[in-house]
Write a protein that binds this ligand. Sequence first.
Ligand SMILES: [Zn+2]
Length: 393
Amino acid sequence: MTPDSALLLLLLFAAAGAGWFTARMTAQRESTGVADANSDYLEGLNFLLNEQPDKAIEVFLRMVDVDSETVETHFLLGNLFRRRGEVNRAIRLHQNIYDRGDLPKTQRNRALKALGDDYLKAGLFDRAEEILHELSGKTEYRRPALEQLVGIYEQEKDWEKAIAMRDQLASLSDAGRSTVVAHYYCELAEAAMDAGDRAEVAEQLRRARAADPGSLRGRLLRARLATDEDDHRLAVRMYRQALEQDPAFASIVLPPMRACYESMGDLAGFEQLLSEMVESRPGVKPGIAYAAIVDEGFDDPVTAACVDEFIDGNPILTDLLEILRPPDADPGTETDSIRRITRALRQLARRNPTYRCQSCGFSGGMLFWQCPTCKTWDSTRPIARFQFDATIS
Ligand SMILES: [Zn+2]
């Protein structure tokens, strides 16, 4: 017996007990319908045990007509069907409760919420959206309904509507506007970029900045826009801010940043900037080393020094360097060995996932600002390390 079947059985026994108790209490007041209610429960239970859920549902739907006290059992049963993925059955039960005009309003609202959950589970977003909008007008369900609507609009990539829902959620608390809104504007900016509408890109990025002045994604997009408009100085400033904000993103920031300096004919300026950065923020060195290892385009002494330091700090790599060094070579002349190690590390990096979600552990070769698995924003980060064991199979 599966855990769900066991639960179902338990639920039905509990329901039968409750039905019997209710029936007895009712019987003390009036002597009609007692035997019917009790035998209906047993009949419904029998159908469920014999794997005939539709016949069981028929019995339970009939029971609502007999005694509105049994509505709690219907909720339990409906939610159980939804959990088992039998959404159509859940919808039948919940719709039946909702259609009962003689039930208290609280019960009908509960049924509406359950129906919204059913349609969401079934992926019928249009129906769910309609119900959730209705629920968002009811104080008790306002917040969960708005949160579910955000989920729908994010999935449908309807960013304008997602922004509107987030704003309504913000009005419910003192916490202010969510920084996720900046991501929505960035999404709109990226769409405008694809459409070649730079004015629209600039406007959406201005909004992203207003929503979250510290948005890393916003900075990277402003750098891209500035590059498209040949404003390389502004692009460099944005990339620098992004790198200082989060050195782990060096492998994303440094290649386009170097390209900007190259376009300005000022690679010495790039080197100068890197020198200043490693001087003032030594924490960026591992990020720079990783970027220089995975990207072949770096040939300046600063990134080379960062790579050397990275290798020196790793016992496996220093051992490897020792092995590769020719017996008659002087210390400090291992350039060729370092190049070979770097090449091997680059191959490792290409085989291994490059990004990982800090929230659920999902990893892959692409940066997702919203994790495709757990749907958390800003949780996916560059891994920036090499998994040596991954090559042994
Ligand atoms: Zn995740």
